[in-house]
Write a new protein. Structure first.
Ligand SMILES: NC(=O)c1ccc[n+]([C@@H]2O[C@H](COP(=O)([O-])OP(=O)(O)OC[C@H]3O[C@@H](n4cnc5c(N)ncnc54)[C@H](OP(=O)(O)O)[C@@H]3O)[C@@H](O)[C@H]2O)c1
Length: 227
């Protein structure tokens, strides 16, 4: 059975990713910051292993990678993300919060790729998915503001594009995916789609990913988003 390692899988899109991959008979390494909050994961039927991981903490990443040494991973999904404070404009930006958002949304995913590269090389599928946001598209930024979140996802996109190109020769596929506007704690109650629909779409995008199409920026429905 293939295996997937998911970050931030205790709630929102992450727990739905764990649910759907488990239902499809994958081995799911479901990671979250606080394993005391794993009730939703523990309720999932299937081969789900709950593991502690804080992607903003380099030691937490290397500890988990060490614990999992020798375990092949087919697919890494960098899902964990934070928005940071909302409504801050020029003159009122919070640089401390900005650094924290970059640590989770940008540095975390790159550290994960570095730390788990050998596990992924040992896997058959050799796939990486980054859950980004359309807010990280510079081409589609027509409304300004949101400096912190936008820059963290634009930088995530830039780094994952390099990961895609650097690992293409080894047969890796990297998919950079906007999940849609999804009803979660982050997306809020007015969001357009449920996690179920978002994850169904993203799973199709990930399944279709090949080294020939690596490093593209997709919407959850498979259409491409301009950088
Ligand atoms: N919802 C949307 O409309 C939307 C749109 C575009 C992009 N996205 C992206 O989709 C991804 C998932 O978002 P969501 O809507 O599911 O958000 P969410 O409901 O707020 O969940 C965020 C998840 O990230 C985890 N997380 C935060 N900081 C972490 C850290 N340092 N280490 C490990 N995990 C951490 C959270 O864990 P805790 O429970 O421990 O806090 C939680 O599981 C994010 O990357 C987000 O930017 C979402």
């Amino acid at each position: 059975m293939p295996s997937v390692l998911i970050t931030g899988s205790g709630r929102g899109i992450g727990v739905e990713l764990a649910r759907q991959y488990a239902a499809a008979d994958w081995t799911v390494y479901a990671t979250l910051r606080n394993t005391d909050r794993a009730a939703a994961l523990l309720a999932i039927q299937g081969d789900v292993k709950v593991l502690e991981l804080d992607v903003a903490d380099p030691e937490s990443i290397t500890t988990l990678a060490g614990r999992m040494a020798g375990t092949p991973i087919d697919l890494l999904i960098n899902n964990a993300g934070i928005y940071g404070p909302r409504g801050l404009g020029l003159g009122g930006l919070s640089y401390g919060d900005w650094e924290q958002v970059l640590a989770v949304n940008t540095l975390g995913p790159v550290r994960m790729v570095e730390a788990f590269l050998e596990h992924l090389r040992a896997g058959e599928q050799k796939k990486i998915a980054a859950i980004t946001s359309k807010m990280g598209s510079i081409a589609e930024n027509t409304s300004g503001a949101n400096y912190i979140y936008r820059s963290s996802k634009a930088a995530l996109n830039a780094t994952m594009k390099s990961v895609a190109l650097d690992l293409k020769g080894e047969g890796f596929s990297v998919a950079i995916i906007h999940p849609g506007w999804v009803r979660t704690d982050m997306g809020g109650p007015n969001a357009l789609i449920e996690p179920r629909q978002s994850v169904q779409g993203m799973r199709r995008v990930i399944e279709a990913a090949t080294p020939a199409t690596t490093g593209r920026f997709y919407n959850y429905d498979g259409t491409e988003i301009p950088w």
